[in-house]
Design a protein around this ligand. Sequence first.
Ligand SMILES: [Zn+2]
Length: 59
Amino acid sequence: MPDRTPHTTSTTERGSFCSARCDCGWRGPARRARSQARTDAERHLVDAEPGSAPHRTRE
Ligand SMILES: [Zn+2]
């Protein structure tokens, strides 16, 4: 399936802030705690997972 984008997330530290980013180009907001950035990344993965979005219908 060509429309399947691999989502590989990682966290980047900038000064005292940490933010999550993904291979698809997504970037999370700057967080003070790395655990928060990781939560952002996990949420992004859930959002990006095909079929998990309730407003999206398949025909
Ligand atoms: Zn992504």
